[in-house]
Design a protein around this ligand. Structure first.
Ligand code: ADP
Length: 625
C-alpha cells in the first residue's frame, strides 16, 4: 500500500482546534491518557491470550516505556500491548464514534466555554495535540505481520501507511513537542524529573511497569499497586480520582467512591464510583454499562453487564474476584451464578452507600439525584426485592416548597386529617403546579408530590404504598379528600346539584359520547369549570400521552370522565340554553378540560373557531340589547 493522505471529518477538526487552542491548563494529562491506552492494550492482549496462547511472545514481559530526546524534542510512549490493525486505526483514531458526532456538534458552544468537557467524548488520544505539533503512531496488531504508521500534525489531515513495526506487536506513539513561550509555563516533557512526577501523580496504580532509561538500568516509575486491593485507609482521595479517570476516560472527578472487600462464601474486591455528571451518551441505545471484571488481578472484560442491575447503570468501577476461573468466556459469564451473587452484593452496597449519603451529605446527594435520580427510580418497578430500600432514596418536588423531599419527610409533614400521600404527574413543574386538580388539596392544606420524569408513571404503578399510607394520584376518579361528616354533607349537596343540572348533564353526555365515559358533578374544583379524570383502574392522561409517544394506540382507546364544577357560574347560564346550544358548548368544555391538564387538542383550529364564534355571538347580543 502506498502512503495515503486523508482528511479528518469536521468534528475531529473542531475537536483538535479546541484541544490546541482552548485547553490551557493541565496539559500534562496527555501522558495519563496515552499511558491509560497503553495499559488497556496490554490488558486486551493478556485477555485474548487466555484463549489463544500463540498471541503472546515467549517470556512475555508487559511494559510501557517512555523515551525522551531533549535535542530532538520528542517523547515516545511504547507499549507491547495488542496493537491495532489498519482498519482499527482508521476507525478509532480518525473519527469520533458516530453517535458522538451529532452531540459534539450540538455541544460545540458549550465546549468552547468549558473545554474540559472534551474528556467525555473518549478522545484521550487526541490530547497528545495539546503538547505536540506532530504525532506519529506506529502500531502492529497481535497475529498480524505488518504494521501501520499514522501521522498527523493536527491541521486537518493525516497520513496512513503500512510498514512493519521494528518491535513487532505493540504500539509506539511519538510526539514532537511544541515550543511554548516561557510565560505559558508548560513543563518540559523530555525532562526525566517532569516525567517521573507526572507518572507518579496520574498513573502510579497502572498494573504494568512504566519504564524509563535510568543512568544504568531501566527505572520503574510506578508502584503498580492495584489500588482496589489496598485497604481504603491507604488510598488518598487523589489516587481514587485518578484511578477513576483511568478507568472511565472521564476527565472530571467522581462524586464518590465505594471501596470494599467481600469476604465469606463469596470473595471479591470492589471499587465503585458514582460519576459527578452524566456522560454525554447516557441512556443512548449504544451506551455500554457495567463494571470491569478482573479475576485475581487479571483483566477479563470491561462493561460486564451481569455485575449491575440496569437501574444502577450510572455506576462505574470494577470487581476483582478470587473465585472465578480465569478461563471464562462472555457466554459462560452470562450464566454464572457467582456473578449473580456478586451483583446482589454490589447492589446492596450501592444502595446502602446512597442511603448513607442522603443522611450525611444532603447537598451531594441532591446533586447525584439531579443527574441519576430518574435512572435509580426505575429500580422501583424493576427490582421488587429492593423496592423498600429504593423508595427511601427517592427525592420528589412538591407543592410545599421548591426543595427536594423524601417520602419520609412528606409523611412527617402530613396533617392530622390527611390519610394518603398525593401526587400528580405531567411534563413540567410549572404546568402541574398550577393544575386545577390541586385546587381542593390546596384548600385543605394537603401537600402534593409533583412528578415530571417519564419514568414516574411506572414508578407510581409499583409504588402504591409507603409506611401504610396509600400513594394516590390526584387526577384519579377515586380521590376522596373528605371526612365522613363532610362527605355526608357534600353528598346531599351533590344530589341537589345533580337534580338541578340533570338535563344539562344528559345533553353534555350526548354531545360527548365519543370522547368521554361519563359526565359527573364533582367538588374537586373550586375555580376551574371542568376537568378530566381517569377511571379508577385506567391509566392517567400523562401515561396515555407517553404511551402514544412510544407508538402505542392503547392511549386512544381509554375514555375518561368529565367532571364539572357545579358552583361555577358557567353552569347557571348553561342550564337556560337550548339543548342544541348545550351540545355545542359541550365540545368547547371538553377542549378546555384537555388544555387544563396539558394535553394537546385533537383539532385546535376547530376550537379556535368555536371561541371566535362565541365572542361574535356575545358582542352581537350586547349590541342588540
Ligand atoms: P478511549 O481510550 O477513550 O477509547 P482514545 O481516543 O484514547 O479513546 O482511543 C481510541 C481507541 O484507540 C481505544 O479505545 C483503543 O481501541 C485504540 N487505542 C488507542 N491507543 C492504543 C494503544 N496504545 N494500543 C492499542 N489500541 C489503542
Amino acid at each position: 500500500m502506498a502512503k495515503q493522505t486523508q482528511s479528518y471529518n469536521a468534528e475531529i477538526k473542531q475537536l483538535l482546534d479546541l484541544m490546541i487552542h482552548s485547553l490551557y491548563s493541565h496539559k500534562e494529562i496527555f501522558l495519563r491518557e496515552l499511558i491509560s491506552n497503553a495499559s488497556d492494550a496490554i490488558d486486551k492482549l493478556k485477555f485474548e491470550s487466555l484463549t489463544n496462547a500463540k498471541l503472546l511472545p515467549e517470556n512475555y514481559q508487559p511494559s510501557i516505556r517512555l523515551e525522551a530526546d531533549k535535542e530532538a524534542r520528542t517523547l515516545k510512549i511504547i507499549d507491547n500491548g495488542i496493537g491495532m490493525s489498519k482498519d482499527e486505526v482508521v476507525e478509532y483514531i480518525g473519527t469520533i464514534a458516530k453517535s458522538g458526532t451529532k452531540k459534539f456538534a450540538q455541544m460545540n458552544d458549550e465546549l468552547k466555554k468549558r473545554p474540559e468537557l472534551i474528556g467525555q467524548f473518549g478522545v484521550g488520544f487526541y490530547s497528545a495535540f495539546m503538547v505536540a505539533d506532530e504525532v506519529t503512531l506506529h502500531t502492529q496488531k497481535a497475529g498480524e505481520d505488518n504494521g501501520v504508521v499514522w501521522q498527523s500534525n493536527g491541521d486537518g489531515t493525516y497520513t496512513i501507511d503500512e510498514v512493519p513495526r521494528p518491535g513487532g506487536v505493540g504500539t509506539t506513539i511519538t510526539l514532537h513537542l511544541k515550543k511554548f513561550a516561557d510565560d505559558e509555563e508548560v513543563q518540559d516533557f523530555t525532562d526525566a524529573f517532569v516525567l517521573k512526577s507526572t507518572v507518579k501523580k496520574y498513573s502510579d496504580f497502572i498494573s504494568y511497569p512504566i519504564l524509563m532509561k535510568g543512568e544504568k538500568d531501566d527505572e520503574v516509575l510506578n508502584t503498580q499497586k492495584a489500588l482496589w486491593l489496598k485497604s481504603p485507609s491507604e488510598v488518598t482521595a487523589d489516587e481514587y480520582n485518578e484511578f477513576y479517570k483511568h478507568l472511565t476516560h472521564d476527565w472530571n472527578d467522581p462524586l464518590k467512591q465505594i471501596h470494599y472487600k467481600a469476604e465469606g462464601t463469596l470473595e471479591f474486591n470492589a471499587l465503585l464510583y458514582m460519576p459527578a455528571k452524566k456522560p454525554w451518551n447516557f441512556n443512548q441505545r449504544e451506551m455500554e454499562y457495567g463494571l470491569s471484571l478482573f479475576v485475581k488481578r487479571v483483566f477479563i472484560m470491561s462493561d460486564c453487564k451481569e455485575l449491575l442491575p440496569t437501574y444502577l447503570r450510572f455506576v462505574k468501577g470494577l470487581v476483582d474476584s478470587a473465585d472465578l476461573s480465569l478461563n471464562v468466556s462472555r457466554e459462560i459469564l452470562q450464566k454464572d451464578r457467582q456473578l449473580t451473587q456478586i451483583r446482589k452484593n454490589v447492589t446492596n452496597k450501592i444502595l446502602s452507600a446512597l442511603k448513607e449519603q442522603l443522611k450525611d451529605n444532603r447537598e451531594a446527594y441532591e446533586s447525584f439525584w439531579t443527574e441519576f435520580g430518574a435512572t435509580l427510580k426505575e429500580g422501583i418497578a424493576n427490582d421488587s426485592g429492593n423496592r423498600e430500600k429504593i423508595q427511601d432514596l427517592i427525592l420528589f418536588r412538591s407543592t410545599v416548597s421548591d426543595k427536594w423531599t423524601t417520602l419520609d419527610e412528606y409523611v412527617n409533614r402530613m396533617t392530622a386529617n390527611q390519610k394518603e400521600i398525593y401526587f400528580i404527574t405531567g411534563d413540567n413543574l410549572n404546568q402541574i403546579s398550577k393544575s386545577p386538580y390541586l385546587e381542593k388539596l390546596k384548600q385543605k392544606n394537603y401537600e402534593v408530590l409533583l412528578m415530571v420524569d417519564p419514568v414516574d408513571e411506572w414508578v407510581t404503578q409499583s409504588l402504591t404504598e409507603f409506611k401504610g399510607k396509600k400513594i394516590q394520584s390526584v387526577t384519579s376518579s377515586g380521590l376522596e379528600l373528605d371526612t365522613e361528616v363532610e362527605k355526608k354533607q357534600k353528598e346531599e349537596e351533590r344530589k341537589s346539584f345533580e337534580e338541578r343540572l340533570k338535563p344539562l348533564i344528559e345533553n353534555l353526555k350526548n354531545g360527548l359520547k365519543d370522547q368521554v365515559k361519563d359526565v359527573v358533578v364533582s367538588d374537586r374544583l373550586t375555580e376551574t369549570p371542568v376537568c378530566l379524570v381517569s377511571d379508577k383502574n385506567d391509566p392517567s392522561a400523562h401515561m396515555q400521552k407517553l404511551m402514544s409517544q412510544m407508538g402505542s394506540d392503547y392511549a386512544t382507546s381509554t375514555k375518561r370522565i368529565l367532571e364539572i364544577n357545579p358552583k361555577h357560574a358557567l353552569f347557571d347560564h348553561m342550564v337556560s340554553l337550548s339543548s342544541d346550544e348545550q351540545m355545542k358548548w359541550a365540545d368547547i368544555l371538553y377542549s378546555q378540560a384537555l388544555l387544563t391538564e396539558g394535553s394537546t387538542l385533537p383539532d385546535p383550529v376547530k376550537f379556535s373557531r368555536q371561541i371566535a364564534d362565541l365572542m361574535v355571538e356575545v358582542s352581537q347580543k350586547k349590541m342588540n340589547s
